[in-house]
Design a protein around this ligand. Structure first.
Ligand code: MG
Length: 255
């Protein structure tokens, strides 16, 4: 079921968005050569405790998960791009790190992700990150009443196509509200003018993620971490946004 939020409810969702943005910013600042992924998870966990927020991930146990996730953060490094389970790994120079974080504040969820390069960037990796960011911006710009869901997907997919990237459609954006994952599914490619009519009050996470040279993925034995099938690197970026009668509100906007 697709739920629409009133302007008052969208205002109630702002603290969660601000909190999630503050965690993503803090993690991006902390990520450096020599930092362990478990330290990033611990930092996010402490921020959750200090804020009185609730993790959306720690008890998350979907049908494809081997067991509850057990951490508060996804950390995906290099050829891992989504759902990376934080583990004992120390970041190295040139690593491409994607962090994905969702939490609930005052009963409302926000969800956001960001990729950063640790230490010396490879220009190809930086270009990949920049492309996902442009795709996110294009998707948000299309999130307006009068458009359809397919216009968001088409906007994202067009940026990928222009950059010569193919898009995996298995995982994409989603409705956000009292829980982390609701309808509608927001694919990262699609046909303009098709699908759900966008209306004020629709709150969704838009999350382009692209790989350098493949659209095929594989799962790690941990049952969570998703890697490219060919070892090429991936980047991921995500905001939770609210469609309004005017411009879309980016609830997880970072300063
Ligand atoms: Mg997310």
């Amino acid at each position: 079921m697709i739920e629409l939020r009133t302007p008052a409810q969208i205002d109630q969702m702002r603290p969660a968005g601000r909190f999630v943005a503050s965690v993503i910013t803090s993690l991006a600042d902390k990520a450096a050569v020599g930092v362990n992924l478990l330290e990033l998870d611990e930092r996010a966990h402490k921020m959750i405790r200090d804020a009185g927020a609730e993790s959306c991930y720690i008890d998350y146990h979907p049908s494809f998960g081997a067991s509850p996730f057990g951490k508060v953060l996804c950390t995906s490094v290099n050829d891992a791009v989504l759902h990376g389970l934080p583990h004992d790994y120390t970041l190295q120079d040139g690593d491409l790190l994607s962090v994905d974080f969702a939490a609930s504040v005052d009963g409302w969820v926000s969800d956001s992700a960001l990729s950063v390069i640790v230490g010396t960037p490879d220009p190809k990796d930086q270009a990949l990150i920049d492309t996902t960011q442009r795709a996110l911006d294009a998707g948000i710009a299309a999130a307006r009443p009068g458009n359809k869901l397919g216009d968001i997907s088409f906007a994202i997919g067009s940026v990928a196509a222009e950059a010569g990237l193919k898009v995996n459609l298995q995982f994409g954006g989603h409705g956000v509200g009292r829980t982390m994952h609701g309808e509608p599914h927001v694919p990262n490619d699609g046909r303009a003018g098709r699908g759900l009519k966008l209306k004020p009050g629709l709150v969704i996470a838009i999350e382009p993620w692209f790989l350098h040279t493949t659209d095929e993925i594989q799962f790690d034995p941990d049952g969570w971490t998703i890697r490219s099938a060919d070892g090429s690197r991936g980047a991921h970026t995500e905001h939770t946004i609210a469609i309004t009668s005017g411009d879309p509100v980016v609830l997880t906007a970072r300063d």
